[in-house]
Ligand binder design. Structure first.
Ligand SMILES: O=C(O)CC1=CCC(=O)O1
Length: 96
């Protein structure tokens, strides 16, 4: 199951820099592990914003929920999820 996920990050201005940097480092490691596993297929920065568009390939809504709520930055994010399915005009056979 494919999902487009938009993540908007809002770190409180009064969060100490060392705490914020630790969260960001853990977020990067978590994200890169999921990208290598194939669960997190794509991540793109939204130009000019502290936000990304990502594509997840997971087995269930529940799995997506678990992955997203496990993000170290989750407490500081607004997340919007859009379910995707194959477009009948797609020429990309690899896209389920
Ligand atoms: O920087 C972001 O958009 C938030 C984020 C998600 C995964 C990651 O490494 O950073």
């Amino acid at each position: 199951m494919l999902f487009q996920v938009r993540m908007d990050v809002h770190i409180p201005a009064d969060l100490p820099a060392e705490v914020a940097n630790d969260i960001k480092a853990r977020e990067k490691a978590y994200s890169q592990e999921l990208q290598r596993s194939g669960k997190w297929r794509h991540i793109w920065r939204v130009a000019g914003e502290y936000a990304n568009y990502s594509i997840f390939d997971v087995d269930s809504n529940e799995e997506l929920h678990q992955l997203l709520t496990g993000l170290p930055l989750f407490p500081h994010m607004r997340i919007a999820v859009t379910p995707l399915c194959r477009h009948p005009s797609s020429v990309r056979d690899g896209d389920a």
